[in-house]
Design a protein around this ligand. Structure first.
Ligand SMILES: *[C@@H]1O[C@H](CO)[C@@H](O)[C@H](O)[C@H]1NC(C)=O
Ligand SMILES: *[C@@H]1O[C@H](CO)[C@@H](O)[C@H](O)[C@H]1NC(C)=O
Ligand SMILES: *[C@@H]1O[C@H](CO)[C@@H](O)[C@H](O)[C@H]1NC(C)=O
Ligand SMILES: *[C@@H]1O[C@H](CO)[C@@H](O)[C@H](O)[C@H]1NC(C)=O
Ligand SMILES: *[C@@H]1O[C@H](CO)[C@@H](O)[C@H](O)[C@H]1NC(C)=O
Length: 409
């Protein structure tokens, strides 16, 4: 069938290996064999005579690695290989896949590190899913040179070390409706999709994929404090850092992630108080801070008061106040973060009083400075009061003097 444009045999019970003859299809743009029982390896026969845009072999039982020839497919934009038995290190064969937009290698047996060349070699990548493999390395700072990536799922691996500061540079996650690949629009017989966990459930995202900004680093061995730079990703909607070894505090700059819909920091060792700036996250619909080392009073006000499920706060060191049943005793409200000594507190007290006084006084003066009518009225009133007091004093004093003189006489 040399003129075949798209071939989809998805969700059948096809067994056996993938035939080499697939490589001879000259006009085929879409090859979808997902959800079958294919075994063996991916064929090594791809060449630039093919027009393939989408290769979907997800949910089979394919083993081995990814053949080098796959990047000979000039037009390859979407490669779905999740849920197979692929292994080896991050495939160097992908090094020349310049046009790749979606790469899904989740649920396989890849190990090793994410190579430094990824940013340079895959400049058009928008969706990177490496979930549930055996990757074990530092997160390379070069990853953030993938400036178009807006869906990043590295969960359930063994990445360690801290999150590089320049993870705040994922430019595509800074905008809520960034420019995305035409891939999501142009395919006639295939709907692009990615599965990921949001708000606690795995969901399939299709047409709205281009609108999603998502980062999932959950269940790795990451440590250190969560870099403040992450709050530069102002278009981020889903952030999951649960199940790592993060320490430090939740930065009050978290309020800058004003598109955030879901935040999961559970099962880490994050300390300090819950910043009240969380309250400014108007879209936040899912929050989980359980099993950390947080302390102090829960800012249970305004928007945050809608999170009335106590389970999102359980397992913390010293949190108190509603929705927990623990009352905030005096010692619980005492600073658990760097304690200051008494003298320093006094200085702050006096500074507070001083600045309060100045502010109060000046707010009166400034109003009068700008409103002529009030100024006139104020001073007229003042004059009036002065006159009355003066008259009162003088009259009474003279009366008293006369009385006294009379008595003397
Ligand atoms: C996966 O592949 C390995 C060899 O790479 C093989 O030993 C193992 O049995 C395969 N697992 C399954 C479930 O097929
Ligand atoms: C965060 O990730 C963990 C593990 O992948 C998952 O169990 C949890 O439901 C996720 N949290 C949210 C809010 O999606
Ligand atoms: C919060 O996270 C904990 C631990 O990861 C989990 O057991 C719990 O179900 C989560 N709660 C909600 C409401 O998502
Ligand atoms: C929790 O925080 C307290 C101080 O706030 C500290 O003394 C303690 O070591 C921390 N525990 C863990 C497990 O990090
Ligand atoms: C918390 O405080 C309220 C009122 O101050 C009191 O009625 C309640 O018994 C206290 N609960 C606990 C667990 O101490």
């Amino acid at each position: 069938m040399p003129l075949l444009f798209a071939l989809s045999l998805s969700k059948n019970k096809i067994t056996g290996t993938i035939p080499f003859t697939l490589c001879t299809l000259r006009y085929t743009e879409i090859l979808d064999f997902s959800w079958n029982h294919l075994t063996g390896e991916l064929p090594h026969c791809w060449s630039n005579d093919s027009q393939i845009h989408v290769l979907d072999f997800s949910n089979n039982n394919i083993s081995g690695g990814i053949p080098n020839s796959v990047c000979s497919l000039d037009g390859l934009k979407s490669l779905h290989l999740s849920n197979n038995n692929l292994s080896g290190v991050f495939p160097t064969s992908l090094r020349n896949c310049k046009h790749l937009v979606i790469l899904d290698l989740s649920h396989n047996n890849f190990h090793g590190s994410i190579p430094d060349w990824i940013g340079e070699s895959l400049p058009n990548l928008e969706i990177l899913k490496l979930k549930s493999n055996k990757f074990s390395s530092y997160l390379p700072p070069q990853l953030s040179t993938l400036t178009r990536v807006h869906i990043l799922d590295l969960s359930h691996n063994n990445f360690f070390g801290s999150i590089p500061k320049n993870f705040g540079n994922f430019n595509a996650m800074k905008i809520s409706k960034g420019e995305r690949s035409s891939l999501f629009r142009e395919l006639a017989f295939y709907v692009e999709y990615v599965l990921f966990v949001t708000k606690g459930n795995e969901q399939k995202f299709e047409r709205i994929l281009p609108l999603i900004n998502f980062m999932d680093l959950s269940y790795n061995s990451l440590s250190g404090s969560i870099p403040e730079e992450l709050t530069d990703l102002s278009g981020l909607q889903y952030l999951n850092l649960s199940g790592n070894h993060f320490t430090g505090e939740i930065t009050s700059k978290i309020g800058r992630l004003h598109k955030l819909e879901s935040l999961d920091l559970s099962r880490n060792s994050i300390a300090g108080a819950i910043p009240s700036s969380l309250d400014s996250l108007d879209y936040l619909g899912s929050l989980n801070l359980s099993y950390n080392n947080l302390s102090g009073k829960i800012p249970y006000e305004k928007h945050l008061a809608t999170f009335n499920d106590p389970s999102i706060y359980i397992g913390n060191y010293n949190l108190c106040g509603p929705p927990l049943l623990v009352n905030c005793s005096k010692e619980k409200l005492e600073p658990t973060t760097p304690a200051s000594d008494g003298q320093e507190k006094d200085v702050w007290l006096y500074l507070g009083i001083g600045s309060g006084f100045v502010t109060g006084l000046w707010s009166v003066f400034i109003i009068m400075l700008f409103k002529k009518r009030w100024r006139v009225a104020y001073f007229r009133n003042l004059d009036d009061i002065y006159d009355r007091i003066y008259v009162l004093v003088v009259v009474n004093f003279t009366r008293f003097k006369r009385k006294y003189q009379k008595q003397e006489n």
